[in-house]
Design a protein around this ligand. Structure first.
Ligand SMILES: [Zn+2]
Length: 235
C-alpha cells in the first residue's frame, strides 16, 4: 500500500518493495517513518512540530494520526480540509509549533498547498515568510525540511536561506532513515549522507527494524501530553 501525497510524500514507496507488508504493518511503518522524519526536522530546527486534527463531528471526535491527516487531504491547492477515516466528515487540521518558551498554532497545509503558496514568495527573505506567512513556512519545514528544499521542488533557487550545517544534527538519524530521505530533508546529497554513514560504520536503514520498533514509537506518540490535551469526551 503506497500513499502518494502531493509532491513526493510517498513513505510506503521508499520501503515497501523491500519485503511484503500487510496493510496494518504498512500503516505502522509509514506512521513511524513520518514520526522519525519529524524528529529529524525538529532536531535541526530546534522546534517541535505537531499536526493535529480532531474530527468536527461531535459524535465522532476522532483524533487523526499524522498519517491520516496526510492521506485525507484532497491534494487540492484550495481545499484545506482532510477526511475523517471514521465518519468521512472533512475537518481543517492545525499545526502546532513549539519551543521551550512558546507554542503557536496555525493552519496546516498539505505539500501541494504549501508549494502552491510558496510560488509567489521566492523573492522574500526567510524572516518575511516566517513571520507573515507562518503557516506556509512551518508547513514547508514540516514536509520538506526547509524553504530551500521546498523551493527546489518547484525548480526554484532560493537565495535567502543559508545552507544547513546538516552534519551537526544528522548523527543520531544515520541508518535510522533511508539516506535519500535524510538527504532530501536536509538539502544534502544522498551520496554525502551515505559516505558519512559508512565512515561511522553504521549499517544502512532497514524497514524491518523500524517496523519492529514502530509499535513502541506509536505508543509513545499517542501517550504524550500534547495529544491528549484536547481530546474531549464525546458524551
Ligand atoms: Zn469523524
Amino acid at each position: 500500500m503506497n500513499f502518494s501525497m502531493g509532491h513526493g510524500f510517498s513513505v510506503g514507496h521508499t520501503v515497501s518493495h523491500a519485503f511484503r507488508l500487510d496493510q496494518a504493518q504498512s500503516v505502522v511503518l509509514q506512521q513511524a517513518m513520518l514520526q522519525r522524519q519529524r524528529e529529524l526536522v525538529e532536531a535541526v530546527r530546534g522546534r517541535r512540530y505537531q499536526p493535529r486534527c480532531v474530527c468536527h463531528n461531535p459524535n465522532c471526535a476522532h483524533e487523526f494520526t499524522d498519517l491520516e491527516i496526510l492521506i485525507g487531504f484532497r491534494d487540492d491547492p484550495n481545499d484545506y480540509t482532510t477526511e475523517c477515516p471514521k465518519c468521512r466528515l472533512r475537518s481543517e487540521p492545525r499545526l502546532y509549533a513549539s519551543t521551550q518558551y512558546s507554542r503557536v498554532d496555525m493552519a496546516y497545509y498539505c505539500p501541494t498547498q504549501t508549494l502552491e503558496r510558496l510560488k509567489a514568495l521566492s523573492k522574500l527573505p526567510v524572516d518575511d515568510i516566517r513571520v507573515v506567512h507562518s503557516a506556509v513556512y512551518n508547513s514547508a519545514v514540516t514536509h520538506f525540511g526547509g524553504l530551500k528544499q521546498a523551493f527546489a521542488r518547484l525548480g526554484l533557487k532560493y537565495a535567502f536561506e543559508a545552507n544547513l550545517d546538516w552534519r551537526k544534527h544528522v548523527g543520531p538519524f544515520l541508518g535510522k532513515l533511508p539516506d535519500a530521505v535524510i538527504a532530501r530533508l536536509l538539502g544534502a546529497g544522498a551520496g554525502q549522507v551515505r559516505r558519512l554513514r559508512n565512515s561511522k560504520g553504521i549499517k544502512p536503514f532497514r524497514a524491518r527494524d523500524l517496523l519492529d520498533e514502530g509499535a513502541g514509537i506509536l505508543t509513545e506518540h499517542v501517550d504524550d501530553g500534547l495529544s491528549k490535551e484536547s481530546s474531549e469526551p464525546t458524551g
